[in-house]
Write a protein that binds this ligand. Structure first.
Ligand code: NAP
Length: 315
């Protein structure tokens, strides 16, 4: 297995103490077919040099991520929890101003951590409080009090429960609304970005406002979920062959060259290592010309059944 590089970091401007975030993190969204446990995967990732982990209350993985961190400390793989950047997300059932602080405290107890590095609003949607259900039934949806929810998140940062706060799946229109009243602007907007959904407008907006974009589904969910726009793309196959790399590495290198942060999920030792090998080579101008020809289509259309017409504000 190739030696592991140190993953570059970016500063989160609105975080306490200007927290640094490794540009690449390990995703932990569950996959029914995956045989490796989250605890084993996170522990292996720490061994390989991953320092950034992307969890969520709705994934049901916070306990396992916490156990892996505790084990890594016990084994001396890291000397302090502060060497890691841990993100979690609040589910739509907790998007009520009075439920935010208790929900984050519950996540912290489950993770066995005193604080998070980043907490995100998973989706700009609120449902009645209760159990996580996926997909979300539209009949469960109530009004999303963005200002009230955000004020409670700001409280979480002030209380030291998290070093930074952010959004996920926010359109430009929703970010503009958020910025109109935020006293702590969102450090991050985590959204789908991959070679098949390049999100140029949203990225330009976030750059202008100092919001770090974290790309999710950077491989459009990889090869294990069947054919997809990037992993089975002939243009990308050609580029990968020319560079002596894999298509996944081309996808991740492109995100890195865009100045983005990204969370990629692999629980497989070899692929985890492969995904880290993207920091010492580059794409060419000609590659970029070919990349601009890739058909663009959003993969993740929303968490509800049926999809909501106004979720993305037609962006
Ligand atoms: P992804 O990272 O694009 O793809 C994951 C899939 O790709 C897995 O099946 C993985 O299988 C496979 N894979 C990984 N590396 C590979 C490689 N080098 N070659 C071939 N296949 C490879 O998709 P994702 O899990 O949807 O997104 C990543 C993370 O983003 C999630 O885990 C989650 O943390 C976050 N996310 C957030 C949201 C949100 O609403 N905020 C939505 C979706 C995802 P193996 O494990 O077998 O390698």
């Amino acid at each position: 297995m190739a030696a592991t590089p140190t993953v570059p970091e970016v500063v989160l401007p609105s975080s306490t103490g200007q927290r640094k975030m490794p540009v690449m993190g390990l995703g932990t969204a569950p996959e029914a077919t995956c045989k490796v446990t989250t605890k084993d995967a996170v522990l292996e990732a720490i061994k390989q040099g991953y320092r950034h982990f992307d969890a969520a209350a709705a994934y049901g993985v916070e306990k396992s991520v916490g156990e892996a961190i505790a084990e890594a400390l016990k084994l001396g793989l890291i000397s302090s929890r502060d060497e890691l950047f841990v993100t979690s997300k609040l589910w739509v059932t907790d998007n009520h101003p009075e439920l935010i602080v208790p929900a984050l405290q519950k996540s912290l107890r489950t993770l066995q951590l005193e604080n998070l590095d980043l907490i995100l609003i998973h989706w700009p949607i609120t449902t009645k409080p209760g159990e996580v259900k996926y997909p979300i039934e539209v009949s469960e949806i109530v009004e999303f009090d963005m200002k009230g929810v955000w004020t409670s998140l700001e409280e979480c940062q002030k209380l030291g429960l998290t070093k930074a706060i952010g959004a996920s799946n926010f359109s430009i229109k929703k970010l503009e609304k958020l910025l109109s009243f935020a006293t702590i602007p969102p450090a991050v907007n985590q959204v789908e970005v991959n070679l098949g959904w390049q999100q140029e407008k949203l990225r330009a907006f976030c750059k202008e406002k100092g919001i770090v974009v974290t790309a999710f589904s950077p491989l459009r969910k990889g090869a294990s979920r069947g054919a997809n726009l990037v992993m089975d793309n002939d243009i990308l196959k050609e580029l990968a062959d020319a560079h002596g790399k894999t298509i996944a590495q081309i996808c991740l290198r492109w995100l890195y060259e865009q100045g983005l942060t990204f969370v990629v999920k692999s629980y497989d030792k070899e692929r985890m290592n492969q995904n880290l090998q993207i920091f010492d080579w580059s794409l060419t101008e000609d590659d970029y010309k070919k990349i601009s020809e890739i058909h663009q289509e959003r993969l993740i259309k929303g968490p509800t059944k049926p999809f909501l017409d106004d979720l993305w504000d037609e962006e």
